[in-house]
Design a protein around this ligand. Structure first.
Ligand code: NAP
Ligand code: GCO
Length: 266
């Protein structure tokens, strides 16, 4: 088997949700570099316009949609339009996600539901809209963006950890239920990655020192650094390509070794 072909996404249609910036943008950029046609969505018109410009600067003609992944009607309309314009979606990355960092006893049920709705219910909704086309086409790749919090808890992220833990099991269930249709569903579990989502954890302090959480993560990571969205590009292309056709229900942690390490003695 020719290795270049094995890792190629030439001619594939890839939908990356929430890929206006951050991890999703880097994954979409990687897919484009491997030959895929890129489609993405977000909720904000401003983010969409900025993202399309950023993709164009990288020579990528990405097609963007304003679509809230928690809205079944909007998702159905987006998928139908993609299939009409570009064809069946070959690769889906459920990347769109939010976090709310609130101590559990101070978090309202509504705030808990908002996080679970986007981080867990939405991957169900979008996968359900995309799988029928993959079955018809005879193949498909679904990649769910999980988290360290699919395995670990920490203070203030109860809703996020519950959602990402559930997303790990949804990944395994899609793999179990649709593997016979040559659909592989896997997860990527990024470590701590420098994006807008984690910016509050890396804010430089008034005295110019690093944020305590920033120092904590550096001590917990054998690589002794935060990850970058670019660190996820290769693993995402692997899981989206024919190179992973017998990998199913797996969560690939891209965390610099955090899950393997007890942490540096203070
Ligand atoms: P980010 O910078 O906050 O970007 C999130 C993206 O999702 C934005 O494009 C946002 O655009 C979109 N989005 C949010 N809610 C949406 C909705 N309801 N419908 C459609 N789009 C929506 O986040 P990130 O750090 O790149 O993280 C991306 C994914 O990786 C998330 O699932 C996150 O949980 C996960 N993750 C992040 C890290 C990390 O350390 N950064 C580590 C592990 C896992 P709009 O606001 O315009 O909708
Ligand atoms: C947090 C962080 C993490 C990262 C990521 C780690 O507040 O602990 O935001 O949750 O986003 O999920 O894998």
């Amino acid at each position: 088997m020719d290795m270049k072909t094995l890792f190629s996404l030439e001619g594939k249609v890839a939908l990356v949700t929430g890929a206006a910036y951050g991890i999703g943008f880097a994954i979409a950029e990687a897919f484009a570099g491997a030959g895929a046609k890129i489609v993405f969505n977000c909720r904000s018109q401003e983010h969409l316009e900025k993202a399309c410009g950023a993709y164009r600067e990288k020579g990528i003609e990405a097609k963007g949609y304003i679509c809230d992944v928690t809205d079944e009607q909007q998702v159905a309309e987006m998928v139908a339009d993609i299939e009409k314009e570009l064809g069946v979606i070959d690769i889906l990355v459920n990347n769109a996600g939010i976090i709310k960092r609130i101590p559990m006893l101070e978090m309202s049920a509504e705030e808990f539901r908002q996080v679970v709705d986007i981080d867990l219910n939405a991957p169900f909704i979008v996968s359900k809209a995309v799988i029928p086309g993959m079955i018809k086409k005879g193949h498909g790749k679904i990649i769910n963006i999980c988290s360290m919090m699919s395995e670990l808890g920490r203070e203030t992220v109860s809703a996020y950890a519950a959602a990402k833990g559930g997303l790990k099991m949804l990944t395994r269930n899609i793999a179990s239920e649709y593997g016979e249709y040559n659909i592989q569903c896997n997860g990527i579990g990024p470590g701590y990655i420098a994006t807008p989502q984690t910016a509050p954890l890396r804010e430089v302090q008034a005295d110019g020192s690093r944020h305590p959480f920033d120092r904590f993560i550096i001590g917990k990571t054998p690589a002794a650094r935060w990850g970058t969205p670019e660190d996820l590009m290769g693993p995402a292309v692997f899981l989206a390509s024919d190179a992973s056709n017998f990998v199913n229900g797996h969560v690939l942690y891209v965390d610099g070794g955090i899950l393997a390490y007890i942490g540096k003695q203070p």
